[in-house]
Structure formats: structure tokens, C-alpha cells
Design a protein around this ligand. Structure first.
Ligand SMILES: [Zn+2]
Length: 58
């Protein structure tokens, strides 16, 4: 797939886990798709993924 940052082919989707908050409010979300690009080294979430994270946190 194309990288949103540099526009070249070579971006890959990695599944990661992220922890939000702490203590009693700790929320761990697993299998979040993170796009990482081997050309420019950027890694980012898609807009849909960010919306999904916000939805889970809410
Ligand atoms: Zn790139």
C-alpha cells in the first residue's frame, strides 16, 4: 500500500497493543493496525483507526 506521508509503495500494517490511562482507568487495546513505512520510516494510524480508538475509550 502507499504511504500517506511520502506517497511511495512500501507501507505495511503492523498490529500493536496500546495502553491508555493508568490505574483503575487503564485501558489496553490490542491488535490496533499501525501503518509503518519502510521508505520514510513514518508510522501512523489511519483516521478510521483513530476514530475506533476514541470510540473504544469513550
Ligand atoms: Zn513513507
Amino acid at each position: 500500500m502507499n504511504c500517506d506521508v511520502c506517497g511511495q509503495q512500501g507501507a505495511r500494517i503492523r498490529k500493536i497493543s496500546r495502553a491508555y490511562g493508568k490505574g483503575d482507568n487503564l485501558l489496553v487495546i490490542e491488535n490496533i493496525p499501525l501503518i509503518s513505512c519502510s521508505n520514510c520510516g513514518a508510522s501512523y494510524f489511519t483516521t478510521e483507526t483513530l476514530h475506533e480508538i476514541e470510540r473504544i475509550k469513550a
